[in-house]
Design a protein around this ligand. Structure first.
Ligand code: NAG
Ligand code: NAG
Ligand code: NAG
Length: 370
């Protein structure tokens, strides 16, 4: 008798559980729909201008590099893209966001390279929320603030490696991309510190606004999990931050990124300076220890250093990439000239540790004779 009632009781519990999960699931689904509708109405300005990349060639497992290029940055951007396709061994996709009049130039050159090396690309026009578009475009060097809107502009893309136009890859792109797997569930982006040394730091000495950590972060090489950033409502968060701090910011979008991660440090993964190696790391003394040890992975010629003679190493490396044409021999037509150019800079502050720049390249040039 007792036994039967226990059995009935169990059945009863099972039915209750089934009903519970059934309703929970339904409620959850309808909640998602409500949220979507709400988002559509509050955010329709941006949505209206979003660009559907469709399910073209870009998919989840690709390494996707995104760049925003305006003004006179066409050539520099193409050189960055060239450095990425020269050494990568994965399926690469590029997203170039640019001004209308540059779209054709990008399409022509990239199509030409694509015949030789397989990768995919999309060139799309700048897209700003209609409200305040002028103000945003002025915020920093032409159109850099576009990057802050990428989570809504690239609404079908899960993740990107965003880079400034003045960046060169001295290692395969996938070496940076792999940091996505190091991120924990709360981290939605990865960046390198702005400085290594508090005595030379900019944010700790001059900033009039909050910034990330002790010395701030540099935004030139940024892994962005756009899915997580959309869940965080990043774009909605950026606008009030900008309005509140616009009179206090100096470095435009980078300052906004610093302010946001100041308030949400758990959402940022910080990788070492070798993934965003700038003139500041060597112009007085060598301060990026990880680059000395493992080689520079990503070179960032910030403040025009690729085009000025202020630290000849930066100009020389840029020149070697610029002169190389896709389809030529990487060892003879790139690596050997690079070695020669670097030899000439060995007396300079940034040039005396030459091996720092060659360390990773050397490995790929000898392994892969593309
Ligand atoms: C390029 O890669 C894609 C996807 O892997 C493949 O479908 C296509 O056939 C490749 N094209 C060439 C020319 O190899
Ligand atoms: C980005 O985050 C989403 C949601 O957590 C996850 O599903 C996706 O795998 C992440 N993407 C990468 C490249 O790690
Ligand atoms: C992710 O890592 C950061 C930095 O170590 C930490 O602050 C945060 O709490 C971690 N998040 C989770 C969910 O473990």
């Amino acid at each position: 008798m007792k036994f039967i009632s226990l059995k009935r009781f169990c059945i009863f519990i099972v039915i209750i559980l089934i009903l519970f999960y059934y309703f929970r699931f339904n409620l959850f689904n309808s909640k998602v729909h409500e949220d979507e509708e709400e988002e559509e109405t509050t955010n329709n300005i941006i949505n209206e201008y979003s660009i559907t990349l469709g399910n073209s060639n870009l998919n989840r497992n690709d390494v996707t590099v995104a760049v925003v290029a305006c003004g006179d940055r066409l050539h520099e951007t193409l050189t960055m893209i060239k450095s990425a396709i020269m050494f990568s061994n994965v399926k690469l996709s590029f997203i170039v966001v640019t001004e209308e009049h540059l779209i054709q130039n990008f399409n022509e050159k990239l199509s030409e390279w694509k015949v030789i090396i397989n990768f995919s690309f999309k060139v799309i026009p700048l897209t700003f929320p209609t409200e305040g578009a002028k103000e945003w475009q002025k915020l920093f060097k032409p159109c850099a603030s576009q990057r802050l809107f990428l989570p809504s502009v690239l609404k079908d893309i899960d993740s990107i490696l965003y880079v400034d136009t003045d960046v060169l890859f001295l290692t395969p792109v996938e070496d940076v991309w792999k940091y996505f797997t190091n991120m924990n569930s709360s981290q939605m982006a990865a960046l390198a510190p702005e400085h290594e040394d508090p005595n030379a730091g900019w944010y700790n000495r001059f900033a009039k606004h909050p910034y990330y950590g002790k010395l701030g972060v540099n935004s030139g090489v940024m892994l962005m999990n756009l899915t997580k950033m959309r869940d965080f409502l990043w774009v909605e968060y950026v606008i009030p931050v900008y309005k509140r701090y616009k009179l206090k910011i100096t470095w435009g979008d980078q300052d906004i990124i610093n302010i946001i991660f100041h308030y949400h440090p758990d959402k940022l993964y910080v990788y070492s300076c070798r993934y965003n190696f700038r003139p500041d790391h060597c112009m007085y003394m060598s301060v990026c220890k990880s680059a000395e040890k493992e080689g520079v992975a990503v070179l960032h010629g910030s403040r025009g250093f690729f085009h000025s003679g202020k630290q000849p190493v930066f100009q020389s490396i840029y020149r070697a990439f610029e002169e190389f044409q896709i389809g030529m021999d990487i060892y003879h037509d790139f690596y050997q000239s690079l070695e020669t150019y670097l030899e000439l800079t060995s007396e300079t502050n940034c040039g005396h540790i030459k091996d720092m720049y060659l360390k990773n390249l050397k490995q790929y040039v000898t392994n892969d004779k593309r």
